[in-house]
Write a protein that binds this ligand. Structure first.
Ligand SMILES: [Zn+2]
Length: 263
């Protein structure tokens, strides 16, 4: 539905503070709450649309679809339901795009597809994205929103951590820039592989970023963690990020950064 087709009196409740927001304004603000600044998770295609020059995105590897190598109980049904819900074949979309005229290789994950989890297709698509960036010598940008590796593919998922990390290493050896943007959440197997290896690591405000979840750490270590543990702001204060950038400024910041890196 186009923005001008949305009724003026339609309201949306903020997941952060519970405030009722005028839907049209909330959409104009890129799904960020004007009261508390809560950044709602974006589907992969909305993220791409937000960052790229209009009509510049050309999708790569859209045909790749996951299989069920372990015959994991219930996986096929969950995957089919996710495909119907998101209209994606898997949890990650990659392709070539332009940001203020500059060509980039861009990938985004979609949390609505099985928690944005990285299975063999996600890992393969990110690896091919990085390899094409290397081949064409254009910067690579990934935007993650993921709970980590996809448990239904077991070791096949964990292998993607090494594979994507190796692809980043080859890109960096060739001095082709790689920017990692962490949106909510960016955790576990994805955060512990390519997403934490950017030459520049940018996060959205309030994003959950970390490896193991706070509850598991507290239970295992028998310690109490700070309230803001694993927030983007906590990670920034502890040297794990280069920048926290609100969504409304993200495209502009990426364009400026690409200018600094390339010109
Ligand atoms: Zn709010």
């Amino acid at each position: 539905m186009r923005l001008d087709e949305i009724p003026d009196d339609l309201m949306t409740k903020c997941d952060g503070c519970g405030a009722l927001l005028v839907t049209k304004s909330w959409l104009r603000d890129f799904k960020v709450c004007s009261r508390c600044g809560h950044h709602t998770r974006l589907p992969a295609h909305e993220r791409i649309e937000l960052l790229c020059d209009d009509g510049s995105f050309e999708e790569w590897e859209a045909h790749l679809a996951p299989r069920d190598p372990l015959g994991f109980p219930g996986y096929e049904g969950k995957r089919t339901a996710a495909q119907l819900k998101t209209h994606l074949k898997d949890s990650c979309v990659v392709g070539r795009a332009r940001i203020e005229g500059r060509p980039v290789a861009l990938g985004a994950s979609d949390f609505a597809f099985m928690g944005g989890s990285m299975g063999s297709v996600f890992g393969e698509k990110i690896t091919r994205l990085l390899e094409r960036a290397l081949h064409e010598r254009i910067p690579a940008i990934t935007v993650t929103s993921t709970g980590g590796a996809r448990m239904q593919e077991g070791l096949m998922s964990l292998m993607q951590m090494a594979k994507t990390s190796a692809a980043v290493a080859r890109l960096q050896a060739a001095r082709v820039p790689f920017i990692s943007v962490l949106s909510d959440p960016s955790t576990a197997g994805v955060q512990a592989s390519f997403a934490s290896l950017g030459d520049l690591i940018i996060a959205e405000p309030g994003a959950l970023i970390g490896f193991t979840g706070a509850r598991v750490i507290e239970q295992t270590m028998k310690i109490k963690l700070p309230k803001d543990f694993q927030s983007a702001e906590f990670q920034m204060a502890h040297g794990q990020l280069d920048m926290i950038v609100p969504r409304a400024k993200l495209r502009e910041t990426l364009a400026q950064t690409l200018g600094l890196l390339l010109d």
